[in-house]
Design a protein. Structure first.
Lengths: 276, 373, 711
C-alpha cells in the first residue's frame, strides 16, 4: 500500500515540478521585474509610469476594443450556435468542423489576408469600385482592428455556445412552450439562461486573447494606436525595457482576473432567470 | 359517462419517414375522466399524447378541444399542460420559480403567484421546498414539482407521459395513489401514458390499449381484463394462456383435444378462435379427475401462490395455485365455464406461443435500444 | 419555415465571413504575379517555388519537430500527472494543483511568453549561459502550454473509469503494471490520444509564445510567417497554406465519413482504421525522429546563424543568386577538398526590422547568432557594450576587395577591426506620383522638395513614418536643422513635438511593411532607405524618390553604413569568418548589390561591367547622387552616432510617449462602449431588483410565516 501510494505521488511529481519551475516561477519573475528597476533595485517607478494619461488610455482602449469585440462575437455567434444546434446531428458535426477548420491555418496569415481585403486598393474596394461605390477607407481604423478580433476569435465563441445549447434537453423547451411560452419567450426565458455557462466560457475565450493581442492591431490598425499587447511587445522586442513590460503584463493580468471575477460573480448564482 | 367530450381525435394519422406511427385512430376523452393509453413502446401512445399537447402535427385527421378544432394552434396557446417523462424541470430555476413559471408569463401579481404556488406546494406535499435547487431533489420530489408546475394554470386537461417510469417500485405505488387523489380533488381530465398494465388498471377510469399505431381496445379496467378483444390485449394485460380453439356451437368450444362449455356465443359454427384462460382460473386436480391431464415441468413459489407450468399436449399452461405440487408429477386441471373467454382470431393470434406474460424487463430493454437510436 | 430560411441565410453569411480571407489566400496562391493587389493569370509557379524555398521548408520541418516533441513529452507528463491527480487524497493539494495547471490556459499568451522569457533570461544571466534562448527554451514553453490541455482531456477519463477496474484485473492475476497496461491504459487511451492531438495542433499553430522564447537559428513556420508579413508574404507561403488547408479538409472529411457510418456494422472496421491511423502516426513520429537523429549523427553539421535586416540579401527569388545557398555549397565543397570529409552546413537565416529590434534580441540573450549586420551607430553601441568581437582579418582574405576609403569608418577606426562594411546608403523620400498634387511634383522635379512634404496636411492619412525611434526622430531633426548627434535635451523635445504634430497625418508607422504599402499604392509619401526606395520604384512605376533638401537647397538627410559583425557570443566564429569572406567575393557581392540597390564598398562590384549595365541610370543615383561633398564629409556630418546613455534614455522615453500617444485616435468607440456597458449594467440592476422583489415573499422565513398566517 505504501509503495503504491508512493508510486501515485511519483506520477504527479514531474508535472508538479514542471509547474513550479515553468508556471509559477515565471510569474514570480513578472512581479519581480515589474517592481524593480534596471539595476534590480526595488521600485514602484514602473507602475507609476503606467499611471500616465497616455498609458491609461492604452489600457482603456484595449479594454474597450476587447469588450466590443466580445459583445459583437456574442451577438453574431449566438444565433448561429442556436441554428446549428437545431440541425441534424450529422449536419451539426460537419458545421462544427467547418467552424474550426479556418483555425488550422495560422492566424497571422489569415489576418494578413484581411489586409489584402480591406486596403484602399484592396479587393473589397476594387469590387466596390466596379459598382461605383467608394473607395471606403477601412484599413488602419479601429473598426478594422475589431473586425480582426471578431474574425479570429469568433469560433471560440461559437463552439462553447453550441456545445451548451445542443445539450439542453429538448423536453425542457417543450415544457416551456407547453406552459405558454411563445418561441421567443422560450429563447429568452429558458435557452439563454441555460446557456450562461457557454456564454461565460465563450466570453472568456474571446476577451482574453482580444485584450492581449498585438499582431492584429499592428496589421489592421497600422500601428497608429497601441493596445496593451503592442506596448508590451515593444518593451521586450524593441525598446529593451523589460521592467516596464513586466509591469504592464502584471496590470494586464490584474484586469483579466478582475473582469473574470466580476463576470463569474454575476453569472454564477441564477435562479430568478432573465426577465422579459 | 355523462360528462361532455373535452377532446376528440378524429381519424388521426401520423407517419415518420414513411413509417406509420399512428394509423387513423379516433377517440373521445370526456371531462373529469382519467384516461390511460397503454401499450408497448412504439405503439403510438406517446405520439398521440404529443399530438394533443401540440408538439406533433398529425398528417391527417382532426384534433378537437372543447368543440373547436385545434390542429393549427401551437402548443403554447393550448389549454393543456403536460407532465413530462423525466420531468423536464427548468434546471436554472428553483422549486418556487419552476412552479411559478406559467404565471409569470401572464403578468400575475406577485401576491397571487405566491398564494397559488403555496397552494400547489401544499397539494403535492412540498411545503418548505421553495428555495431548493431542483437538480438536487429526489426523483419523487422532482415529480411533484413537475405536477405542480403543470397544474398551476388549472388546465382543462393534464397530459402525463410515463411520469412514474423513472421511480422505484415503492415510490411508484405511493405516487399512483397521490395522482389519483389529485385528479379527484381537482376534477381535471388526466390523460396518462404508460406501458405498465398494473398502473393502468389501478388508476384509470378508461384504458385505451394500443399496439402498432392502432387502438386495440377501449374500456374500463375490468372490461379490458376480463373481456380482452384479441390475443394482443389478452397477452398484454395480465398473464394468460392463449390457446387455439374451434367454436363448435354457441357455448361450446373445443381446444387441447377436449370439449369445454363456455359463456360465449355468436360465432360461426366451427370457427377457429382464440381461447383465453387466466392462470388463476385454473384448478389443479388429481390426474384423470380434471378435464385435461399433464406433467408439471416447474414450480415456482411466488409468495401468495405457486406458479406451476404444466405440459398438456405439448402446450405449456401456466397455473397459479395455492396448493403445492411436485415437479414431474402428473396432474389434472379443471376450468369453470366462466373462466373461458373466447376471442375472434386476429393478426396477433398464435404470436405468443405457450403461456405468456408481458415482461416489463423486456420492455425496458427495448426502450433502451430505442433511445440509442 | 420562414425561420429556417432566415437561419440558413444567416449561417451562410457567417461562413462566408469565416472563409473569405482563406478564399483570398487560395486565389493568390495561383496568381501569376507576386502581388496581393493584382491578379494575373492562373499559375502553379508558387507551388514550384515552395519546394525550392529551403527556408520555408526548413521552418516547416522545425515546426513539425517542435510540435511532435512537445506533444509527446507533454502527453507523457500530463498522463502521469492525471493519474496522480486523480488519486490525490488531499482536496486542497488537488485543487491547488489544478488551478496552477490551468494558469497557462487562462493567462494571455503574451504574458505566458514574456514570463517564460524573463525566467530564461534571468536564469541564463545567473548561470552565465552563452545563449539564453534557443530550441530548448521554446520546447519548454510549448510543453508548458500544452500540459493543461493534455491533463484536461486525460483526467476525465481517469475519473470516469470504474475504480474497481484495476482491482478486478489484479484479482484476475495481473501485476499492477500489467493491469495498467492492459486495463487502465485502454480505458484512458481516447483521452490520451485527443490530448496528444490537441497538444500537437496547439504547438503547430503557436506564434506568440514562440515569438518571445525562441532563440537564434531556430525558426518555426509561424515565426517565419510573422517576419514575412512584416514586409510581404511571398505567394509560396499562400501555396503552403493552401496545401495545409486542403490536406486538413480531406483528413477531417475522411474521419467524419468513417465515424458516421453505421457503427454496429463498422465498429470492427472502424477500430481497425483507428488502430492503423494511430500506429501510422506513431510510425511517422518514430521515422522523423530517427531521420533527424541519423542525419545529425552521420554527417557532421556545422550551423551558422545569420541575423540580418529583412529583404537585405539576394535570396534566389526571380532568377537571382541564392547567396546563402551558394555559401553552404561553396563551404561544403571547400571543406571536403581541404579536409577530405563531408559535412553539412546548416545556415539559419532570420531577419529583423530595425537596429533596435536586433539590439533587444541580442540583449535578451538570444545570442546564438554568428553574424549580425547592424548600422553604424548601433555598431558603436554594440562595441561599447562588448556584444561584438574583433575580426581576424587573416581569415578574411577578400577584405582587400573593400575599397580603401571604407576600411576606417567612424564607427570602427581602431587598431582592431570589428566590422566589414556590407553596404552604405542614404535616406530618401519615396512618393507615389498618382497621389501627389502637381505643385509638389514640380517641386520635387526641380529638386526643391525637402522634408516638409511629410508634414503636409494634404496627404493626411497617406504618410508613412519609420517605426524606429532613431530614424523617425531623424526625419524631424533633419527637417528642423537640428544636429542628430549633438542635440540638446530641448532640441530633442522640439523634434519630438514635430513628430507628435505629424502623428494625425500618419497612416502607419512601418519598417519592412513599407514595401507592400508603397508598391500597392496604399500610401503617398514615406521616408526610407534609398536602396529600398529604388527597389520599390522598380516594382511600381508610379513611385519615385528624391533626396530631401533643406532651406538652403542642400541635401539634408542621413547617410548610413551597415556592416557585418560577429557577436561575442557567436558559436561558430570559424564559419562566420568564412561567411564574411564569401560575401566579399565577386559573385555574391555583385548579386547582392544588384538585388539591394545599395551602394557597395566592394571594388569588384563597382568595377563590374554587368553590374553597371544592369543598373543603368540608377548607378549614378546610387554612387554619385549629387551629395554634398565627399563621402567622408557626409559620414562625418550626416550619420547617426551612438548616443550617450542619458540621451538614449530620453530618446526611448520620447518614442514611447509618441507611440502610446493617441492624438490620431477618434473617441467614438469609447462612447459606443460606454453605452453598451451602461445598458448591461442597467439590465443587471433591473434583473437584481426584480429578483429581490420576487424573492421577498418566499425567501425569508419570516416573510413566509407572515404571509401564511395572512392566508
Amino acid at each position: 500500500m505504501n509503495k503504491k501510494s508512493l508510486m501515485q505521488k511519483a506520477a504527479a511529481a514531474p508535472h508538479m515540478v514542471w509547474s513550479v519551475l515553468f508556471i509559477i516561477a515565471p510569474l514570480i519573475f513578472v512581479v519581480y521585474y515589474a517592481f524593480t528597476d534596471k539595476e534590480g533595485n526595488p521600485t514602484l517607478g514602473n507602475i507609476t509610469e503606467l499611471a500616465q494619461a497616455s498609458y491609461l488610455e492604452v489600457f482603456i482602449r484595449s479594454v474597450c476594443f476587447a469588450f466590443l469585440a466580445t459583445v459583437i462575437c456574442l451577438i453574431i455567434a449566438y444565433p448561429i450556435a442556436y441554428f446549428m444546434s437545431k440541425a441534424k446531428p450529422r449536419t451539426q458535426k460537419i458545421l462544427i468542423m467547418l467552424v474550426m477548420l479556418p483555425q488550422w491555418l495560422n492566424f497571422l496569415i489569415r489576418t494578413y489576408s484581411w489586409m489584402a481585403l480591406l486596403e484602399d486598393t484592396g479587393i473589397i474596394n476594387t469590387i466596390l469600385g466596379y459598382m461605383n461605390i467608394g473607395p471606403l477607407h477601412m484599413i488602419n481604423t479601429s473598426g478594422a482592428v475589431i473586425l480582426g478580433m471578431v474574425y479570429n476569435y469568433l469560433p471560440y465563441m461559437i463552439i462553447p455556445l453550441h456545445s451548451v445549447i445542443s445539450k439542453i434537453d429538448p423536453r425542457v423547451l417543450e415544457a416551456a412552450s407547453d406552459l405558454g411560452c411563445s418561441p421567443l419567450r422560450v429563447l429568452v426565458r429558458v435557452v439563454i439562461p441555460l446557456s450562461v455557462s457557454g456564454i461565460v466560457s465563450g466570453v472568456t475565450m474571446v476577451f482574453v486573447p482580444s485584450i492581449s493581442t498585438f499582431y492584429i492591431s499592428q496589421k489592421l490598425g497600422g500601428g497608429n494606436f497601441d493596445l496593451i499587447g503592442d506596448t508590451i511587445e515593444r518593451q521586450f522586442q524593441t525598446a529593451y525595457n523589460y521592467n516596464l513590460g513586466a509591469a504592464m503584463s502584471f496590470v494586464l493580468m490584474l484586469i483579466i482576473v478582475i473582469s473574470m471575477a466580476v463576470m463569474n460573480r454575476y453569472s454564477g448564482e441564477d435562479d430568478g432567470g432573465v426577465i422579459v | 359517462m355523462n360528462e361532455k367530450k373535452i377532446i376528440e381525435l378524429k381519424n388521426v394519422a401520423k407517419s415518420y419517414d414513411g413509417e406509420m406511427i399512428l394509423d387513423h385512430i379516433s377517440l373521445d376523452v370526456h371531462e373529469k375522466e382519467f384516461v390511460t393509453f397503454l401499450g408497448p413502446s412504439g405503439c403510438g401512445k406517446t405520439t398521440t399524447l404529443r399530438i394533443i399537447a401540440g408538439f406533433v402535427t398529425p398528417d391527417t385527421g382532426d384534433v378537437v378541444f372543447d368543440g373547436t378544432r385545434i390542429n393549427d394552434i401551437p402548443a403554447y396557446k393550448r389549454h393543456v399542460n403536460t407532465v413530462f417523462q423525466k420531468y423536464a424541470l427548468f434546471p436554472h430555476l428553483n422549486v418556487y420559480e419552476n412552479i411559478a413559471f406559467a404565471l409569470r408569463l401572464n403578468k400575475v401579481s406577485e401576491e397571487e403567484i405566491f398564494e397559488r404556488v403555496e397552494e400547489m406546494l401544499a397539494m403535492v406535499n412540498l411545503r418548505g421546498f421553495e428555495k431548493r435547487d431542483v437538480n438536487l431533489l429526489s426523483g419523487g420530489q422532482q415529480q411533484r414539482v413537475a405536477i405542480a408546475r403543470a397544474l398551476i394554470n388549472k388546465p382543462k386537461v393534464l397530459l402525463l407521459d410515463e411520469p412514474l417510469g423513472a421511480l422505484d417500485l415503492k415510490l411508484r405505488k405511493d405516487m399512483q395513489n397521490e395522482l389519483k387523489n389529485i385528479q379527484r380533488k381537482t376534477g381535471i381530465t388526466f390523460i396518462y401514458v404508460t406501458h405498465d398494465q398494473e398502473e393502468a388498471l389501478s388508476m384509470s377510469d378508461t384504458v385505451v390499449v394500443m399496439a402498432d399505431g392502432k387502438i386495440q381496445q377501449i374500456g374500463t379496467p375490468t372490461d379490458i381484463y376480463n373481456e380482452p378483444q384479441n390475443a394482443f390485449v389478452a397477452d398484454f394485460i395480465g398473464e394468460s394462456n392463449i390457446i387455439d380453439g374451434i367454436m363448435l356451437d354457441d357455448y361450446k368450444v373445443r381446444f387441447s383435444g377436449h370439449e369445454f362449455e363456455c359463456l360465449d356465443k355468436g360465432f360461426d359454427k366451427n370457427e377457429r378462435v382464440d381461447v383465453v384462460v387466466r392462470p388463476e382460473d385454473v384448478d389443479v386436480t388429481k390426474p384423470g379427475q380434471g378435464m385435461l391431464d399433464g406433467v408439471v415441468t416447474s414450480v415456482t413459489f411466488k409468495g401468495v401462490h405457486y406458479e406451476i407450468i404444466v405440459n398438456i399436449n405439448n402446450f405449456k399452461w401456466m397455473i397459479q395455485s395455492t396448493d403445492y405440487v411436485e415437479p414431474n408429477q402428473n396432474i389434472g386441471i379443471y376450468i369453470e365455464p366462466d373462466a373461458i373467454h373466447i376471442m375472434k382470431r386476429s393478426e396477433y393470434s398464435g404470436k405468443f406461443g405457450d403461456y405468456s406474460s408481458f415482461s416489463d424487463e423486456l420492455e425496458k430493454l427495448s426502450d433502451a435500444s430505442e433511445e440509442e437510436e | 419555415m420562414k425561420k429556417k430560411v432566415f437561419g440558413n441565410i444567416y449561417t451562410v453569411l457567417i461562413f462566408l465571413f469565416l472563409y473569405m480571407p482563406i478564399a483570398v489566400l487560395i486565389l493568390y496562391s495561383f496568381n501569376g504575379l507576386n502581388s496581393t493587389s493584382e491578379f494575373e493569370g492562373f499559375s502553379l509557379k508558387w507551388y514550384r517555388e515552395l519546394f525550392s524555398d529551403s527556408a520555408t521548408l526548413n521552418a516547416l520541418k522545425n515546426t513539425l519537430i517542435l510540435a511532435i516533441l512537445s506533444a509527446i513529452i507533454s502527453t507523457v507528463i500530463g498522463t502521469m500527472a492525471s493519474y496522480g491527480i486523480n488519486k490525490m487524497q488531499n482536496k486542497h493539494v488537488k485543487s491547488a494543483t489544478m488551478s496552477v495547471t490551468k494558469i497557462p490556459m487562462v493567462n494571455p499568451d503574451i504574458v505566458v511568453g514574456i514570463s517564460m522569457m524573463l525566467l530564461f533570461v534571468f536564469v541564463g544571466g545567473i548561470i552565465g549561459a552563452k545563449s539564453n534562448l534557443g530550441f530548448g527554451t521554446v520546447l519548454i514553453a510549448h510543453i508548458t502550454f500544452n500540459l493543461p490541455y493534455v491533463i484536461l482531456s486525460v483526467l476525465p477519463k481517469f475519473k470516469q473509469m470504474d475504480k474497481s477496474l484495476p482491482e478486478a484485473a489484479q484479482d484476475l492475476g495481473c501485476t499492477p503494471i500489467q493491469s495498467f497496461l492492459k486495463v487502465e491504459l485502454p480505458a484512458i487511451l481516447p483521452g490520451v490520444i485527443s490530448g496528444l492531438i490537441m497538444a500537437f495542433t496547439l504547438s503547430l499553430d503557436d506564434f506568440v509564445i514562440s515569438y518571445f522564447t525562441i532563440g537564434s537559428g531556430f525558426e518555426t513556420l509561424p515565426i517565419r510567417i510573422y517576419s514575412m508579413t512584416k514586409k510581404r508574404v511571398t505567394p509560396d507561403m499562400y501555396a503552403l497554406s493552401t496545401l495545409i488547408f486542403v490536406s486538413i479538409l480531406i483528413l477531417l472529411l475522411v474521419s467524419n465519413l468513417t465515424s458516421d457510418k453505421n457503427r454496429e456494422k463498422m465498429s470492427k472496421k472502424a477500430k481497425k482504421i483507428t488502430k492503423i491511423v494511430v500506429s501510422a502516426i506513431f510510425a511517422v513520429i518514430v521515422i522523423i525522429t530517427a531521420i533527424v537523429l541519423i542525419v545529425t549523427a552521420s554527417t557532421e553539421t556545422l550551423t551558422l546563424n545569420v541575423y540580418n535586416w529583412g529583404e537585405y540579401i539576394s535570396d534566389g527569388g526571380e532568377d537571382t543568386l541564392d547567396v546563402n545557398k551558394a555559401f553552404t555549397e561553396y563551404y561544403e565543397d571547400w571543406y571536403y577538398k581541404e579536409y577530405g570529409k563531408k559535412i553539412k552546413v546548416q545556415l539559419n537565416y532570420t531577419t529583423y526590422a530595425s537596429n533596435e529590434d536586433m539590439y533587444a534580441k541580442l540583449k535578451s540573450g538570444a545570442t546564438g547568432y554568428d553574424i549580425v549586420i547592424p548600422s553604424d551607430y548601433m555598431i558603436e553601441r554594440l562595441k561599447k557594450e562588448g556584444l561584438i568581437q574583433p575580426l581576424d582579418l587573416n581569415k578574411i582574405p577578400n577584405y582587400e576587395n573593400i575599397m580603401e576609403e571604407f576600411r576606417n569608418p567612424f564607427y570602427d577606426n581602431g587598431e582592431e577591426k570589428y566590422t566589414v562594411m556590407y553596404t552604405y546608403g542614404v535616406i530618401g523620400i519615396v512618393y507615389n506620383k498618382d497621389r501627389l498634387n502637381q505643385e509638389d511634383l514640380e517641386k520635387i522635379e526641380n529638386g526643391e522638395a525637402g522634408w516638409e512634404l511629410l508634414w503636409d496636411e494634404d496627404y493626411k492619412g497617406q504618410i508613412l513614418q519609420f517605426n524606429n525611434p532613431r530614424d523617425a526622430m531623424g526625419t524631424a531633426m533633419y527637417s528642423l536643422g537640428i544636429n542628430v548627434n549633438t542635440a540638446t535635451d530641448e532640441e530633442w523635445q522640439i523634434a519630438f513635438e514635430k513628430l507628435r504634430e505629424q502623428k494625425p497625418l500618419v497612416q502607419s508607422y512601418v519598417m519592412d511593411e513599407i514595401f507592400n504599402k508603397m508598391e500597392g499604392g496604399e500610401a503617398a509619401l514615406a521616408a526610407y532607405y534609398a536602396g529600398d526606395c529604388m527597389t520599390m520604384s522598380a516594382a511600381n512605376p508610379s513611385l519615385g524618390f528624391y533626396y530631401p533638401k533643406n532651406a538652403d537647397g542642400k541635401i539634408s538627410t542621413n547617410i548610413f553604413a551597415d556592416a557585418m559583425c560577429i557577436p561575442t557570443a557567436a558559436e561558430n566564429t570559424e564559419l562566420a569568418h568564412a561567411y564574411i569572406n564569401f560575401m566579399l567575393s565577386e559573385e555574391p557581392a555583385v548579386a547582392n548589390a544588384e538585388y539591394l540597390y545599395y551602394a557597395s564598398p566592394n571594388k569588384l562590384v563597382v568595377n563590374n561591367e554587368g553590374y553597371r549595365e544592369s543598373l543603368g541610370e540608377d548607378y549614378d543615383v546610387i554612387y554619385d547622387s549629387d551629395l554634398e561633398g565627399s563621402l567622408e564629409y557626409m559620414f562625418e556630418n550626416y550619420a547617426y552616432r551612438n548616443l550617450p546613455d542619458e540621451k538614449l534614455h530620453l530618446l526611448n522615453s520620447l518614442w514611447e510617449t509618441l507611440k502610446v500617444d493617441s492624438a490620431a485616435f477618434g473617441g467614438g468607440i469609447y462612447i459606443v462602449c460606454a453605452v453598451i456597458a451602461a445598458v448591461l449594467i442597467a439590465f443587471a440592476i433591473y434583473a437584481y431588483i426584480i429578483k429581490r422583489k420576487r424573492r421577498k415573499l418566499y425567501w425569508t422565513p419570516k416573510a413566509k410565516e407572515q404571509s401564511i398566517q395572512k392566508s
